[in-house]
Design a binder for this molecule. Structure first.
Ligand SMILES: Nc1ncnc2c1ncn2[C@@H]1O[C@H](COP(=O)(O)OP(=O)(O)OP(=O)(O)O)[C@@H](O)[C@H]1O
Length: 329
């Protein structure tokens, strides 16, 4: 289809890793190494359309970063086919690079020894985005992410949050059509995180920028994504509307029991979170209604219950539930 900016068809990625055979000595391991294959992506398929904000989520090691590296042409897939903006990212990386923006966790696009503003200047030159409209856009980014007060400071002197704001500007200043963000809010405080998410939503709305957003912060994913792609052990576990995914779990209800650190569980009740002041449970309302649970709570603990609150369901809870089921818990 014409408006598909990314297509991933039957993509498999196997990593071959060297592994020492403990039954042999170091020399024979060195001379005759043995290998193990890690199947990071097992035949995955998906498309990303113009304007999508795709929350690309999954547990550690599910294969998210591997996918992004393949889409950026920095990793060769084992099999399958991939196009980004109609091109093969490995063979035609130079054609794609000016049209995409990236922010990959710990990797920096900034020049550490130079003032932050010099990195913006060089990146603008590199992308040949130096006309009046580009300067206005850069000024808007500087304003929106409040980096004006440290533009003249060398990047190496910036705090993590300040640098990350600079990284966002570096990823967006050339007005890319697609933005790949891998754990972009890692280490950001609440206010900066909110500013960054608002900015991403704005460019999606106003410039129709397509966003592929990977994070373990499910609240951020819920705020920004209109589509969820869930990767489970290298396979697509869900691909579709985020709200529809949550609706599938409407039978479950999150309930906080305050003042309690110990609670007997009964069928249909799973302990979801526990801390020094309360326990959050997940109720499968097909087995126990919220009202029935609230009535039974005093019988399930010897501690004084200070209160019971029904909480809204969230994505994090659903993913935990799925992981527990898969693990046989
Ligand atoms: N360079 C590599 N060599 C060997 N194995 C690798 C390599 N990179 C990733 N893997 C393996 O591939 C699998 C998928 O890793 P990947 O980094 O894509 O997962 P992820 O979903 O991004 O995880 P996380 O959320 O922890 O960042 C894991 O089992 C990982 O150990």
């Amino acid at each position: 289809m014409e408006n598909e900016l990314i297509t991933v068809k039957q993509v498999t990625m196997n990593y071959r890793v060297r592994e020492a055979d403990k039954s042999r000595n170091k020399l024979s391991n060195f001379l005759h190494p043995s290998y193990r294959t890690i199947n990071a992506l097992a035949n995955i398929n998906f498309q990303v359309r113009a304007g999508d904000v795709l929350g690309y989520v999954g547990e550690n090691g599910a294969g998210k970063s591997t996918t992004i590296k393949i889409l950026l042409g920095i990793l060769r897939k084992t099999s399958g086919s991939v196009t980004v903006l109609g091109h093969d990212p490995m063979a035609e990386r130079k054609k794609i690079a000016p049209r995409v923006g990236t922010l990959m966790g710990q990797k920096s696009q900034l020049w550490w020894e130079l003032p932050l503003q010099d990195s913006f200047y060089f990146l603008q030159k590199m992308y040949q985005r130096t006309d009046h409209a580009d300067q206005i856009w850069l000024a808007e980014l500087v304003e929106r992410l409040q980096v004006g007060s440290f533009l003249k400071q060398p990047v190496r002197e910036l705090s993590l949050g300040q640098r990350m704001r600079g990284e966002f500007i570096a990823a967006l200043l050339h007005q890319p059509e697609i933005v790949f963000l891998d754990e972009p809010t890692l280490g950001l405080d609440v206010a900066t995180r909110a500013a960054v998410l608002d900015l991403l939503l704005q460019i999606n709305r106003e410039k129709r920028t397509t966003i592929l957003y990977t994070s373990h912060e499910m609240a951020d994913v819920e705020k920004i994504a209109n589509r969820l792609l869930l990767l489970e052990q290298g396979q697509v576990g869900y691909d579709g509307d985020l709200d529809r995914f949550k609706d599938q779990y409407a039978a479950y209800q999150r309930v906080a029991v305050q003042g309690v650190t110990d609670l007997k569980t009964i069928p249909g009740v799973t302990i979801y979170q526990r801390n020094n002041t309360n326990i959050i449970c997940l109720l499968d309302q097909r087995l126990i209604t919220t009202t029935a649970f609230i009535q039974q709570v005093p019988l399930l603990t010897q501690q004084a219950v200070k209160g019971i609150t029904v909480l809204p369901n969230n994505l994090e809870m659903i993913l935990l539930l799925r992981a527990q089921r898969k693990g046989g818990a």
